[in-house]
Design a protein around this ligand. Structure first.
Ligand code: B12
Ligand code: SF4
Length: 644
């Protein structure tokens, strides 16, 4: 279509396939925000990798665009290529532009692989894409478009890169009115900076040199807008949110003052977290508002050295434990299996070193040979074999066989189901602290058993998870099954919002005992807890909202034996030498030298992950367990214990 000046008015669709519906794409919003003043007809549309390819093709076809820009990542590249192949058959005249980290580093490879790709934009996309659109509309002089790759007849030309943009020249991507209805339903991604000063060889973020920041007042204003318009989860994309102490502190304070119930997730580097920041957070962070993601990857010194990851595990542990002590911030720790010099045994140690801190979530990832990374370039040196197509996961290394890897996958599967899902917190803690040699051994043994039974091929309901754990424990002749089963019952009850309709064990209390317990509770609730007395429930209401169970041991003593922190936070004096990696917002220089200077201590676990026997007092007496439903705002089940 011609516009008034006789130029072509391009209809542009910017799209991507997110990993799941809940995720959103910041990149396409940034691109639209940057170009919309000149290109009025830009549409954003997001799909997921689960959407059938033909549905996406017909949707895009019906929009009749002149240009389609795809945002490409490791999770969507294969689906995106399939789409492009079909789109070019049904609309051969459409111009296809790709951008994003997956295609930025090897444009030649992608353009050779898929003839339907017309252009690839490398690195930051805002300015390059805008320039490309201008050339598509006007003179088609693509050799001027720095940062882009294009076709010239049979040839593929890769232009030189474009200098990095000043982030403060980029218009806000957060204020499209059409995004407002979904703000509360999906994760909002937000960047306050770009770039990482570290140099980890397996990670794409190590490639960009220097850290660039957005002006803090602009950031605050955008955040306030999002919060006021209903955002419920905001995930900060900064590679290391706490790299600049002052910026991070000001942001934490701002979010504490303005959160309105919104949850904020950050990626932090724990070993550089300064004590005053930790003190500030433990005193001031409202419970449940912040969540920290902390990459540990490996605690093996040799491994970290080889991948140029400067990490002081002792200091990292101290930070994690301090945060844990404060009980107001959930922590998600990441590990990578398969790094150089990490074999099955050293990885067991890595896992146990980290698990002793009992993080709320521990994610076990498998090394991926990302295009563009230093490690991929050195794959032969470490004898890596890996998947040819995304996600490029390793199949073996000089230290790990494929059998080791699939064994670890079994462990990861039960780790997700039983630890990260928080379905069996009490039981898992008991098993790890009192029964198995180490956390790794519990998850590995159970994972192997799970696979032997073929359970990975069939689905499961909540009660199946309990029945399967019980059968594993019985089959291996685990002692103290009465205590473990009691804890499993507690966890099962606590996993329900409403009084459960079915239980997975044989009920032992007879009707008359049940009703006499209820009578007593109704008559003397204060004897059990002041809270229960305050609720003032009569017998009928208790019957409706309560479950009872008699446990053949002292539940309080067992809970006491699994409470508290397993690792300690380290001594205060040692904090003095915490390395200071602050950078000023204007800094362009990488910090690799500074990071190196602070990391002389070796990676030592703060405390042992080995199991110890539970105290004898647990065997003294029985317990009446009383679990109540629907009695508070959070709708979480509450429980009380009455020694019998
Ligand atoms: C959010 C996120 C996720 C989300 C997914 C979000 C979604 N939309 O579905 C989740 C949590 C699921 C995820 C998972 C994984 N992720 Co991730 N993730 C990210 C993260 C933190 C943010 C991506 C982002 O939005 N960045 C902000 C935008 C603005 O930056 P950008 O993407 O670079 O975009 C700019 C340019 O690339 C360009 N551009 C981008 N798109 C386009 C399109 C066009 C047309 C043009 C012209 C330009 C252009 O312009 C943009 C603005 O300048 C990045 C790290 C980071 N901070 O960027 C890692 C990152 C993308 N993930 C990575 C990896 C390795 C993974 C995992 C494999 C990790 C794992 N578990 O092992 C998994 C894979 C999941 C799967 N199912 O297979 C790698 C990327 C690898 C790759 N080649 O894509 C990254 C870069 C992390 C890293 N440093 O190595 N991830
Ligand atoms: S610190 Fe994190 S984001 Fe930075 S290079 Fe290392 S792994 Fe990547």
């Amino acid at each position: 279509m011609k516009c008034r000046k006789g130029r072509v008015a391009l209809k542009i669709v910017l799209t991507t396939l997110n990993a799941k519906y809940i995720h959103t794409s910041l990149a396409i919003r940034l691109l639209k925000a940057y170009s919309e003043h000149e290109f009025k007809d830009i549409h954003l549309v997001e799909y997921t990798i689960k959407d059938p390819v033909m549905n996406i093709v017909s949707d895009l076809f019906q929009k009749r665009p002149d240009v389609i820009g795809f945002s490409c990542y490791i999770w969507n590249i294969e689906e995106t290529l399939k789409l492009i192949g079909i789109l070019k058959q049904v609309m051969p005249e459409v111009t296809i532009v790709l951008g994003g980290p997956e295609v930025s580093y090897e444009p030649l490879h992608w353009m050779k692989r898929e003839a339907g790709i017309d252009f690839i934009v490398n690195g930051d996309g805002e300015e390059t894409f805008h320039h490309l659109l201008q050339e598509l509309r006007d003179d088609r002089k693509f050799h001027f478009v720095y940062g882009a790759a294009y076709r010239k007849g049979e040839e593929i030309i890769v232009n030189p890169p474009r200098p990095k943009s000043d982030l403060n020249t980029l218009p806000t991507p957060h204020r499209f009115p059409e995004d407002i209805p979904d703000l509360s339903k999906r994760i909002v991604y937000f960047e306050t900076s770009r770039g990482c000063p570290f140099n980890c060889q397996f990670c794409l973020s190590s490639i960009e040199v220097g850290v660039r920041y957005y002006d803090i007042e602009r950031v605050k204003s955008d955040l306030l807008y999002l919060i006021e318009n209903g955002a419920k989860i905001i995930k900060f994309l900064d590679r290391t949110f706490n790299i600049n102490r002052n910026y991070a502190m000001e942001m934490f304070q701002f979010l504490i003052d303005n959160h309105q119930g919104c949850v904020f997730q950050f990626e932090i580097t724990a070993d550089i977290m300064r004590p005053e920041v930790l003190d500030f957070l433990s005193k001031n962070a409202p419970p449940g508002i912040f969540r920290f993601e902390i990459g540990v990857q490996s605690t093996n010194d040799e491994t970290n050295e080889l991948v140029k990851r400067r990490q002081n595990f002792k200091k990292l542990s101290r930070t994690v434990m301090k945060i844990k002590e404060s009980r107001n911030i959930d922590q998600h720790l990441d590990l990578i299996a398969g790094l150089p010099m990490e074999d099955y045994t050293t990885f067991r140690k890595t896992f146990n070193d980290v698990f002793v801190m009992e993080p709320e979530e521990l994610q076990l990832g498998f090394l991926k040979m990302l295009r563009g990374t230093g490690l991929r370039a050195q794959a032969a040196k470490y004898e890596y074999t890996y998947m040819e197509h995304a996600p490029y996961e390793i199949l073996s290394s000089h230290m790990m066989t494929f059998s080791d890897i699939i064994r670890l996958k079994r462990l990861e599967d039960v780790l997700e189901k039983y630890w990260n899902s928080h379905r069996m917190d009490h039981t898992a803690k008991y098993l790890i602290r009192h029964v198995f040699d180490s956390p790794f051994d519990f998850f590995q043994e159970f994972g192997d058993y799970w696979e032997e039974r073929g359970w990975q091929k069939i689905g499961h309901q909540l009660e199946d998870l309990f029945i399967r754990l019980q059968s594993f424990l019985i089959d291996r002749g685990t002692p103290s099954m009465d205590i473990i089963t009691g804890l499993m019952k507690l966890d099962y009850f606590l996993g329900h919002k409403y009084k459960p309709r079915k239980i997975w064990w044989d009920f032992v209390l007879d009707k008359s005992d049940w009703s006499s317990y209820l009578k007593n509770i109704a008559a003397n609730p204060g004897q059990i807890s002041a809270q229960l007395a305050e609720a003032g429930l009569n017998e009928r209401e208790l019957q409706k909202y309560t479950v009872l169970e008699v446990l053949p041991f002292s539940l309080d003593a067992v809970l006491e034996s699994i409470s508290g922190l397993r690792a300690d936070g380290g001594s205060e004096e040692e904090e003095a030498d915490t390395i200071n990696l602050d950078v000023s917002p204007s800094s362009e220089s990488p910090l690799q030298g500074a990071a190196a200077s602070g990391v002389e201590e070796s990676a030592q676990p703060v405390s042992s992950a080995v199991a110890v026997a539970e105290p004898a007092s647990v065997r003294e007496g029985r317990t009446l367990l009383i679990v109540m439903y629907q009695q508070n705002e959070s709708q979480r089940a509450q429980y009380y214990t009455l020694p019998l």
